[in-house]
Design a protein around this ligand. Structure first.
Ligand code: 2AM
Length: 174
């Protein structure tokens, strides 16, 4: 029995509301965005994971000692290959890399998933959107206070569709 897992940072409700309002009023798109409750920043994608690895993933994430930090989002980006339109943090604080790099390395050490591309933090707002959505006015910047991150289970269910469920929460150090 495997589960599709990833480590990520959640987008809080006020930020979801701000992004959603901006998408509605300032961005012309030809399809619906990803669901606001699914918006997150992926730290490390792990792929399909056997239950035997769960304890190791959790204990590794628990012992990371990274202080709390903030992320500011104002800029968008677009990857034409998969038609991914996203928000990206600017600047990228050292604490974000200090979280993501060991978690990404763990995935590849456990033989779970090896990322081919360097860490490129982003929040996916559209997938499969070609060409790039038209942005009439930039988003008013917002800041996320990052005090914790999660291990997420990604699955599809009949009623909710694609769901990212936090199954473990890890507090950053104060
Ligand atoms: P995203 O961060 O661009 O949205 C759960 O599927 C999360 O892991 C999603 O956030 C997704 O992309 C990311 N993800 C999915 N497949 C991936 C892959 N093969 N490599 C890296 N990240 C992936």
């Amino acid at each position: 029995m495997t589960k599709r897992l990833f480590f990520g940072i959640e987008v809080d409700k006020p930020s979801q509301a701000q992004i959603a309002a901006w998408l509605r009023t300032q961005v012309s798109a030809s399809k619906a965005p990803t669901k606001p409750e699914n918006w997150h920043l992926t730290l490390a994608f792990l792929g399909q994971v056997e239950a035997q690895h769960d304890a190791e993933l959790v204990s590794f994430a628990r012992q990371l000692q990274v202080p709390e930090f903030t992320l500011t989002f104002a800029h968008t980006g677009y990857w034409p290959g998969k038609g991914i339109f996203y928000l990206r943090p600017e600047p990228i604080p050292s604490q974000l890399r200090a979280l993501a790099e060991p978690l990404r390395a763990l995935g590849s050490e456990l033989g779970l998933h090896r990322d081919r591309l360097p860490f490129s933090p982003h929040i996916t707002l559209f997938r499969g959107h070609k060409p790039e959505p038209r942005v009439d006015a930039p988003m008013t910047p917002f800041t996320l206070s990052v005090t914790q991150f999660h291990l997420y289970h990604s699955y599809r269910c009949d009623t909710q569709g694609l769901t990212y469920q936090p199954i473990e929460t890890f507090r950053l150090s104060v």
